[in-house]
Design a protein around this ligand. Structure first.
Ligand code: OAD
Length: 231
């Protein structure tokens, strides 16, 4: 089976009702990264950080995957598909994608502040000051904050290097190291960038721009890719 690798960002979940980060009404217009998404923020004001991620988690329980997530899951009928996502939501999984690698963590999970290997699925949306791991230490969101290592970058780069078709959808490609994954993709691989406001990445070989919303453009691209196998 031909190998397709998808790199997704907040834009793929926008039509489900989750805000992106850097669009005009994005999350980073209403919050400062330094106040809610760094280890220093956790040290300075744990309640604010907990509240920020509790609100995100609560909202996640209220939304559903959209046609872009479902179309990407459908690709698996005919291709070997890996989804590498910067998103902390679980909408790819809920749509049916089987191989999803989260670069920036997962909202529904929490982990020990003493032993990062102790990761749990949170029961419900609210993580509270005083909720502890089995060692008695405070639990924190299972999120990669700015300034922290991205542990899944190594497997992600290996997966990207195997792509025969690479689909980038709904990411501003502004946050590294995730944005650097394109460098691992072979020059001869077909590449698609789906984003209504895609920046100019014309220096990347074989890159086709699809300047439309994910919910519209992804199902069309998926249908076209499936049809190429019928010929
Ligand atoms: P951004 O908010 O930076 O970019 C979202 C992209 O989605 C923009 O390029 C939009 O044009 C595009 N977009 C908006 N609506 C869309 C739609 N309906 N269909 C397709 N594209 C659409 O989000 P990311 O690139 O995902 O990290 O941000 C990367 C990381 O920065 C996030 O994972 C998060 C954030 O800070 C952490 O919190 C660690």
């Amino acid at each position: 089976m031909k190998k397709i690798v998808v790199l997704s960002g907040a834009g793929v979940s926008a039509e489900s009702g989750l805000k992106t980060f850097r669009d005009n009404d994005g999350l980073w217009n209403n919050y400062r990264i330094e106040e809610v998404a760094t280890p220093e923020a956790w040290e300075d004001d744990m309640e604010l950080v907990l509240d920020f991620y509790n609100q995100r988690r609560k909202q996640l329980y209220e939304v559903e995957p959209n046609p872009a997530h479902f179309a990407l899951a459908r690709l698996e009928e005919k291709f070997d598909v890996d989804v590498i996502t910067q998103n902390v939501d679980d909408l790819h999984e809920r749509a049916g994608s089987k191989k999803v690698l989260h670069l920036h963590g997962e909202l529904k999970k929490v982990r020990s502040t003493r032993d990062p290997k102790l990761v749990y699925v949170l029961d419900g949306w609210e993580l509270k000051n005083g909720d502890t791991c089995e060692l008695g230490s405070q639990l924190r969101p299972h999120i990669v904050w700015f300034g922290e290592m991205v542990p899944n970058m190594l497997p992600a780069s290996e997966i990207a290097s195997l792509a025969e078709i690479f689909i980038v959808v709904g990411t501003s490609l502004q946050v590294y190291p995730a944005a650097g994954l394109l460098r691992y993709v072979r020059p001869e691989a077909e590449k698609y960038l789906i984003d209504p406001n895609a920046h100019d990445f014309s220096y990347i070989p074989n890159l086709k721009f699809i300047r439309d919303k994910a919910g519209v453009a992804v199902p069309i691209l998926v249908d076209n890719l499936m049809k190429t196998l019928d010929k």
